[in-house]
Design a protein around this ligand. Structure first.
Ligand code: ADP
Ligand code: MG
Length: 349
């Protein structure tokens, strides 16, 4: 009774606080917010621009085109909070935007976190979300949320395997009977791929390009496995010797070569997770295979590449960017069933 009354004035929110994107779903409403995890601040004062509203989409539009007095900051790196004040301000803005005005009580918030974060980093997430306006905070491992979100039968006595390739981290987990049997979380994802492209262009083309240009190349030209028709694309940057602007033509094969190390690290992480499974569970995976999600899994032919490397069937889910938040929403909607997998700020961590 009290619960029903409370739910009229307070919402339960699922927050996928990603290194690249923050997504929020509300129980009873679904996905209500999907914005980049960035904030635009005035240098020196650290004040958020546009009266505190230069967050998310608005801040992203300013990226790379701002005068020296303004910087566009990402409050998270590799899945962990690196700028506490800005992260809190960003979350406060997003939480307010995600809730209906009639909600007078502070919300209960479920947040997904990478498996590799330390207890101190976890505590930082609890504190930030509490201070940003939550009444109660729970944490859930991103890989578990992803597995629930993509519809794997994780409560059954068979092994399911999921790999979420985000901007800052890659989370791999094998789950059976709603329990994580093996989990490997590494700080490699889309950002590391972009850095690898920047390094490659400097080394092989004497060309300096920024990370946003590298990301565009990866999305448009990049692939993990040979394409039926390889392509060429022009890229503009600064000559490392003369310092002058110039163009170069780069091929999809070259971008693939540039991505060799980060892709190798992702495959190693998946193999390490497989190595930690017992033989019976590994046998289940021969049939069920590996499911990929996260924005990084949109790299062309990554399923084929990983499948050849690990010898298992691999598929990318239809909605890779929303898998984690979809799983979190299911947890909140069936809180009694999933409560034991969530960590609350009152638990020991
Ligand atoms: P996070 O959980 O870390 O916020 P996301 O799951 O939202 O990350 O994925 C963000 C990553 O997905 C970025 O590195 C982005 O470049 C990448 N991405 C998004 N769309 C594509 C695409 N079409 N092709 C390849 N990569 C993509
Ligand atoms: Mg993510």
């Amino acid at each position: 009774m009290l619960h029903r009354l409370l739910s009229h004035f307070s919402s339960d929110l699922a927050v996928d606080l990603g290194t690249t994107n923050t997504l929020i779903s509300v129980v009873g409403e679904g996905l209500v917010l999907d914005e980049p995890s960035v904030v635009a601040v005035e240098q020196g004062t650290g004040r958020i621009l546009s009266g505190g509203c230069a967050v998310g989409h608005l801040a992203k539009q300013m990226q790379g085109r701002t005068p020296d007095s303004i910087s566009v900051v990402r409050p998270l790196r590799n899945g962990v909070i690196t700028d506490f004040e800005l992260c809190e301000a960003m979350l406060r803005y997003f939480l307010r935007k995600a809730q209906a005005p009639r909600m007078r009580l502070r919300p209960r918030v479920l947040v997904a976190v990478p498996g590799c974060i330390t207890p101190v980093e976890k505590r930082a997430v609890f504190n930030s979300v509490h201070r940003a306006g939550a009444r109660q905070v729970w944490l859930l491992a991103e890989a578990t949320a992803a597995a629930i979100g993509v519809g794997l039968p994780i409560a059954e006595p068979v092994a399911s395997m999921v790999c979420d390739i985000g901007g800052g981290t890659t989370e791999t987990a094998v789950i059976s009977l709603a329990d994580t049997v093996a989990a490997v979380s590494i700080r490699t994802g889309g950002d590391a791929m972009d850095q690898a492209i920047v390094d490659y262009l400097r080394r092989h083309f004497s060309l300096r390009v920024g990370l946003p240009a590298a990301e565009r190349l990866r999305i448009e030209l990049g692939s993990a496995y040979p394409l039926e028709e390889e392509q060429l694309q022009q890229v503009s940057g600064l000559d490392t010797v003369s310092g002058l602007p110039r163009k170069a033509s780069i091929s999809s094969e070259e971008v693939r070569q540039a991505l060799g190390d980060p892709l190798g690290a992702i495959v190693d992480a998946i193999k390490a997770a497989l190595d930690r499974c017992g033989p019976d569970l590994a046998a289940d995976l021969i049939d069920n295979g590996l499911v990929l999600c996260g924005g990084g899994s949109l790299l062309k032919r990554i399923d084929r590449f990983i499948s050849e490397q690990i010898g298992l069937p691999v598929r990318v889910v239809p909605e890779p960017l929303t898998a984690v938040v979809a799983g979190m929403l299911i947890c909140l909607e069936h809180l009694d069933q999933w409560r034991h997998t969530l960590q609350s700020s009152e638990d020991d961590i």
